[in-house]
Design a protein around this ligand. Structure first.
Ligand SMILES: Nc1nc2c(c(=O)[nH]1)N[C@H]1C(S)=C(S)[C@@H](COP(=O)(O)O)O[C@H]1N2
Ligand SMILES: [Mo]
Length: 330
């Protein structure tokens, strides 16, 4: 299914002043994106505002939605990296999803994830507990696109155009009680579908879980993605809904979420349980705090250049989002 984007007028002047380099990169991105069909539903990707809306995709989408298309435009505050988006075919073949294996090339295995009849429950210390299916989510929360830097704790980085909605919107819908101080996010787990890595540390703490403080979840940047590159989320990226917290290391962004629980105490999380001194609960991107086994001062921007080439660049404090989030940690 394609998640169409409508381009508002305010984007036009920015495009007219696009520099040559940015323009070149953008063309490259569009070519890569249009050429890719890996693990996608086979529909045409609508990655550029210059591309006309695909009519068949539009009516399919509206049928699911039961109303006219949402105006899922790129949020202007998160549009500056538009010319530097990682090629879609790279991002959709280079993934971490340990439920399906311990390597980066699990995209085929991840197609076993059963996303039909998905239910997301929101429970715990809230006044309005909810259970959403996929249509409910699309009806309840208008989509926007946000182009965010993405930084894995393993020191590789990408730039990803997510489609989804701010976590703030879910907070407003479920109305946390005053005792709620943390939020626990739980990923899909079923050992008959998710074998885990073939190398086995004993007793992996499944299901994959992550957590945020309530004030982190309420931050403007914290986002739920239901799509990427103008389409619904492919399974390897965490269909049908995953977290995106761009100022934190990638492992904080749990994929394929089935339950969100509001709690009073800091919840146990997957990587923190496995190795607390390597994977802190807070996990903010910070060039000055090395991982015990490697430096975090620089990062590899993946898919920059031809195909699998990468570019070394300095790591940014809070992954470059300090103006949004630094006050959370003062
Ligand atoms: N459920 C689940 N979520 C997960 C992971 C995982 O193994 N399982 N890996 C995390 C890590 S380490 C990273 S870097 C990102 C990778 O997201 P991507 O494959 O969509 O780029 O997903 C995060 N979310
Ligand atoms: Mo990661």
């Amino acid at each position: 299914m394609v998640l169409p984007r409508i381009c508002p007028d305010w984007q036009l002047p920015a495009r007219q002043v696009t520099s040559e380099t940015v323009f070149f990169n953008r063309r490259r991105f569009i070519r890569a994106a249009v050429g890719a069909s890996v693990g996608m539903s086979g529909a045409i990707a609508l990655n550029s505002c210059r591309r006309p809306l695909d009519e068949a995709a539009q009516s399919e989408f509206e049928k699911t939605l039961g109303r006219p298309l949402p105006n899922a435009a790129t949020h202007p505050n998160f549009n500056e990296l538009n010319g530097n988006v990682t090629p879609q075919d790279f991002a959709s073949r280079f993934n971490n999803f340990y439920e399906f294996g311990g390597t980066k090339d699990i995209w085929e295995q991840a197609q076993a994830l059963p996303t039909e009849d998905w239910k997301l429950t929101v429970s715990g210390l809230v006044n309005n507990p909810q259970t959403y299916d996929q249509d409910d989510l699309l009806k309840a929360f208008p989509l926007e696109e946000r182009i965010y830097r993405f930084r894995c704790v393993e020191a590789w980085a990408m730039v990803v155009p997510w489609l989804g909605f701010p976590m703030q919107k879910l907070l407003a819908a479920v109305d946390p009680k005053p005792e709620a101080k943390f939020v626990r996010f739980e990923s899909f787990f079923d050992p008959s579908v998710t074998p885990g890595p073939s190398f086995s540390f004993s007793n992996l703490p499944w299901p994959y879980q992550e957590g945020l403080r309530l004030d982190e979840m309420a931050n403007e940047l914290a986002f739920f993605a239901v799509g990427v590159y103008g389409q619904t989320l492919p399974k390897q990226h965490g269909a049908p809904i995953r977290m995106v917290v761009p100022w934190k290391y990638g492992f904080k962004g749990a994929k394929s979420i089935v339950n969100i629980e509001f709690v009073a105490e800091q919840p146990a999380t997957y990587w923190n349980t496995l190795s607390p001194n390597e994977y802190g609960f807070e996990a903010n991107v910070n060039p000055e705090v090395p991982h015990p086994r490697w430096s975090q001062a620089t990062e590899r921007l993946m898919g920059a250049g031809n195909d699998w080439e990468w570019k070394k660049q300095p790591t940014l404090l809070y992954n470059g989002y300090g103006s949004y989030v630094a006050q959370l940690y003062s």
